[in-house]
Design a protein around this ligand. Sequence first.
Ligand SMILES: O=P(O)(O)OC[C@H]1O[C@H](O[C@H]2O[C@H](CO)[C@@H](O)[C@H](O)[C@H]2O)[C@H](O)[C@@H](O)[C@@H]1O
Length: 360
Amino acid sequence: MVVVGIASKIYEAMGIQSWLPNIISNSESMSKSRHDHTMDRGYINTSPAESSIIDENYISWLKEHPSAISSFQQIINTSKGKQIAVFLDYDGTLSPIVCDPNRAFMSEQMRAAVREVSKHFPTAIISGRSREKVYSFVKLNDVYYSGSHGMDTMGPAPKNKSYDHHDNADKYHYKTIDEEGNEFITFQPAKDFIPAIEKMLIELKERTKNIKGVVIEDNRFCLSVHYRHVKDEEYETLEEEVKSVLINYPDRFHMTRGKKVMEIRPSIEWNKGHALEYLLHNLGFDNSRNLLPIYIGDDRTDEDAFKVLRERGDGFPIVVASKPRETMAFHSLHDPSEVLSFLIRLGRWGFDNNADSILA
Ligand SMILES: O=P(O)(O)OC[C@H]1O[C@H](O[C@H]2O[C@H](CO)[C@@H](O)[C@H](O)[C@H]2O)[C@H](O)[C@@H](O)[C@@H]1O
């Protein structure tokens, strides 16, 4: 394939381990200004001529968003005297995009790499999935988890604030203590929306039951309507059904789009960027210049977190993308296999330099 051939050459020239073709995500474009669900299907066949145009664009895009692997030393140099903290998206970042959302498993190698990183640096996974679901895939205890696009975030308890289960002003927070006595705070700013979400889930299942291929995923504080297996001619019907459910909740919910998925989300001002700020705050680093946050993600929703890092003026937002796209990220990684290489290198550097997570 032309794309693989040319990109491998560039990577060879940069001294980077060549990448394996990804399962699906490589052909997914996120840079469209107008939504086109057929373009968004991820199975687009490109002719060799088209591939080579895409490739040239990718090569020039890479100049603006250089590989985080080839820039690894620069990233590390910037971290001198600072605490690195690592934030990771799940789907398309730690696991490849696959056809069945329930089978987006993470490889053992990736798990080992994240485990090693988390030994040396505070590490969090911020996903669109429910927090419980993403934990069931990752299965690592020394990592913080934020689910439902940041609307369900479990982080360290900040030292200077106490939380009381019975304090109504703080009904969105609750405290848990693990077996080792560590305190965690879970923040669920969309808690009031749960009854409506549960009702919507029933309505959506009922309205879409005759559309073959639809998968509705309950992400607790948001819902995902997957249409990867829906026939093109049925897509509009599905979209109409989703909209007709939404119309009953004016101003309370809205729809966003991801990779072959429509997502219903509470209309509150809270996203992955806010979850990132929340975690940084609880770690004691909100305005700190002593921190170097690294955020790696492939989704549109990760752009909110990239923006936070840009606005802070520190840290490294890294986009996972195999095609040029508009992004607030500075650096890029081609696919999850490159994410793996980057994390292995970071973990090794943490080990060699005795970098200990402040949580250890
Ligand atoms: O924030 P993320 O961790 O990236 O989650 C975003 C959505 O990811 C999942 O859907 C996507 O990945 C599936 C598995 O590879 C794929 O089948 C689907 O087409 C993609 O849209 C997840 O299922 C959603 O709930 C998340 O919101």
